[in-house]
Write a protein that binds this ligand. Structure first.
Ligand code: XMP
Length: 315
């Protein structure tokens, strides 16, 4: 049985010993990096600089929510708007591993720039066990280079500190609850964000479609679960597929792309089963998506693949 309180106490002592000079932490607003930031902040206070990079691949309203969450926790947050840099770096990049490498490297470059500004020597990260196991850190093959692991360039100059390295997602959520941070019940969101939910060309327009569709899936599933019509899945989202098909809007032929809706049940993300969502709810989501994205999306499909053999994200 995982003892969150003991872990917090031990981890704060370890972080105090490890972080003796200025440190920065990449805060995405997700459970892992927020818990790592709160632990490190409790350990070293203002020695820690929390940096949030707006990659342009965040969900609807996410940047404002993250800023508010840190303000509520009494921790200063530096927001860096890097969306133009990300889109420029990713022109023509569609292969998933290549995409993850470019995103990971850009992340580190931005942190190096911030490091110079605050003269930091140490980078705190919210890496958890499945991140490095699935990035080939264990005996297994590399399945995906999670951006906070595989994307690290070899010439990186910061010392990396990873307080959650041996933990699984459910344990990190226990920590978040024990630390009293609001993020505990948020669903997981991949480091590379909507970029790995936008298959094919990464344009601002296509990412905006994914952002809108993810918001629709979240709103509809959450509302249905509040009405008692379904259990909220562990993770649920929309991804845009570069598959065009013929449809019809009114009397007019439409040649649009495809949204796939994915929802899974899982304990720790290592394996997952697709969620059985009532058809009436899926149908509502489908209608909302095709109405909101007229011209861009004319087909919505539901993914019924477990992990394995699929992964939770499509890239
Ligand atoms: P997969 O797609 O590998 O995802 O089955 C397992 C869980 O990890 C999330 N995920 C990531 N998290 N950086 C992260 O911090 C990443 O690069 C990344 N890729 C996937 C995914 O959303 C799921 O919860």
């Amino acid at each position: 049985m995982f003892d969150a309180q003991s872990f917090i106490e031990e981890s704060i002592e370890e972080l105090k010993a490890k972080i003796t000079q200025t440190a920065i932490i990449a805060c995405s607003g997700g459970v892992d990096s927020t818990v790592a930031a709160v632990l490190a902040h409790r350990a070293v206070g203002d020695l820690l600089h929390c940096v949030y990079v707006d990659t342009g691949f965040m969900r609807k309203g996410e940047t404002q929510e993250v800023e508010q969450m840190f303000a509520d926790a009494g921790i200063d947050l530096i927001t860096v708007d890097a969306s133009d840099r990300y889109f420029d770096a990713l022109v023509g990049v569609t292969e998933p591993e290549h995409k993850r490498k470019v995103i990971g490297e850009m992340f580190i470059r931005i942190f190096e720039e911030e490091q110079v500004k605050v003269d930091a020597h140490c980078l705190v990260q919210g890496t958890i066990a499945p991140d490095w196991i699935e990035s080939g850190g264990g005996v297994r093959d590399t399945i995906k280079s999670h951006h906070n692991v595989g994307g690290l360039p070899e010439d990186m100059t910061l010392e990396v500190v990873e307080p959650l390295r041996e933990l699984y997602k459910d344990e990190v959520r226990d920590l978040a609850r024990a630390l009293g941070i609001k993020v505990a019940e948020r669903q997981p969101f991949p480091g590379p964000g909507l970029a790995v939910r936008t298959l094919g060309d990464l344009t601002k327009e296509r990412v905006a479609v994914v952002r809108e569709c993810c918001a629709i899936v979240e709103e509809e599933f959450q509302a249905a679960s509040e009405r008692g019509e379904m259990d909220l899945p562990w993770q649920y989202y929309a991804a845009l597929l570069p598959v065009r098909s013929v449809g019809v809007h009114g009397d007019v032929r439409a040649y649009g792309e495809t949204i796939v809706v994915r929802a899974v049940k899982s304990m720790d993300g290592m394996s997952a089963r697709y969620s059985e969502i009532p058809h009436s709810i899926l149908q509502k989501v489908s209608t909302k998506i095709t109405n909101a994205c007229k011209g861009a999306v004319n087909r919505v499909v539901y993914d019924i693949t477990h992990k394995p053999p699929g992964t939770i994200e499509w890239e």
